[in-house]
Design a protein around this ligand. Structure first.
Ligand code: PMP
Length: 378
């Protein structure tokens, strides 16, 4: 028996994705840039998938660019904007709680001589809109803020911050890493005032290695690579038609059930908190108003990695902090005000629609066993 409670790390490709992709791999292997009709058929499939992404994002199909995943989308947004607009405006602003792929892109800009301002969350764990807006000045070309934090589920005030920044500095380009919010909490790039917005396939029951960048019409981007004319020449390279088609199919399928799935996982999250509160030494790190899909908590006296392996031996799969850091602390939990000793004892449980209340009960029972067996051994 396997209990998979790590959907913020990745999800199982859905049936819609798998069957669409199988057909592509077997039959439709044309190159969308080929001029013959076999190539044209592949191009039509990519166009269709682009429309599916656009429908789910609530934007025009022309604003959707396919990439190899959110890491690339984030780099393209951050570096691509700075390189297009930052000749004179060399100041960029972000938060201290971003995913490693956004933090990494800003580190690269800093190494190039850009002035990088990183705004920390306030006492409530949320970066303050006023502090964020105050960090933006006339030399600023870009601000970037994530929608849902991948380690805790905090929902950041992107709409408010971007609106205030746009009011005061209309030329500043706004980017949002919306990976953990896409098809989970309702938004559109337009409502968020985002000029650029990142999503990833494997978090929404499509495959790893495919993502997209929403880019508002007229927003200039300097590509990271030079090559063919694919994706407007900004993201050259032959399109991965199977991954793109699978992404479109998964997104189209999932966008029908956003509200119902959120309600289901919200029930699981509440049940998990209820059962955890019966155990000793548990601190819930996720805020009450956070994403219903993510629950971060700390278990006093037990290290994350020890618990993770204990649970894994029982077929229960969760993360410590976040999967990307591979057990290495990212420092983001401390940014949210979580004490360092508790950050070392943190687990992240993340849900999808397929999870059940019985799985939550099994997780909490296993955690109780871990407390009894491991705490006494210490
Ligand atoms: N941003 C966030 C918020 C994420 O959670 C992740 C995945 N952990 C990424 C970016 C990177 O996504 P990808 O694996 O598609 O590069």
């Amino acid at each position: 028996m396997m209990i998979y409670l790590d959907s913020a790390a990745t999800t199982r490709p859905g049936e819609a994705c798998v069957s669409a992709m199988t057909e592509m791999l077997r039959e439709q292997y044309g190159n969308p840039s080929s001029l013959h009709s076999f190539g044209l058929a592949a191009e039509t499939l990519v166009t269709n998938a682009r429309k599916q992404l656009a429908a789910a994002l609530g934007c025009e199909a022309g604003s959707v660019m396919f990439t190899s995943g959110a890491t690339e989308s984030n780099h393209l947004a951050v570096l691509g904007t700075a390189h297009a607009y930052g000749k004179r405006k060399r100041r960029v602003v972000t938060s201290t709680v971003e995913h490693a792929s956004v933090r990494g892109a800003f580190d690269l800009l800093e190494a190039e001589g850009y002035e990088v301002v990183r705004v920390a969350p306030g006492a409530d764990g949320i970066p303050d809109a006023a502090a964020f807006a105050a960090a933006v000045n006339e030399n600023t070309c870009l601000i970037s803020m994530m929608l849902v934090n991948n380690e805790t589920g905090h929902i950041l005030p992107v709409q408010k911050v971007f609106a205030q920044v746009k009011r005061e500095h209309p030329d500043v380009i706004t980017h949002c890493d919306a990976v953990q919010g896409f098809l989970k909490i309702p938004f559109t790039p337009q409502k968020l005032n985002a000029d650029l917005l990142t999503v990833s396939g494997h978090k929404v029951h499509a495959c790893k290695g495919i993502g997209a960048l929403y880019h508002k019409k007229g927003v200039r981007l300097t590509g990271l690579m030079k090559g063919g004319e694919q994706e407007g020449g900004i993201r050259p390279g032959t399109e991965s038609v199977p991954l793109i088609v699978g992404f479109g199919a998964a997104v189209s399928d999932l966008s029908k059930t956003v509200a119902g799935r959120a309600e289901h996982v919200s029930g699981l999250r509440s049940e998990c908190i209820r059962q955890l509160s019966a155990l000793d030494g548990i601190t819930v790190n996720s805020p009450a108003g956070g994403s219903p899909y993510i629950l971060s908590f700390s278990v006093k006296g037990l290290r994350s990695e020890t618990m993770l392996h204990f649970l894994s031996d029982r077929g229960i799969y969760v993360s410590s902090g976040s999967a990307c850091s591979k057990g290495k602390q990212s420092g983001v939990l401390e940014q949210f005000g979580i004490r360092p000793d508790l950050a070392d004892s943190t687990l992240r449980v993340s849900f999808c629609a397929e999870n059940t209340a019985e799985e939550i009960t099994a997780l909490c029972a296993a955690l109780q066993d871990a407390q009894q067996q491991l705490v006494h051994k210490r």
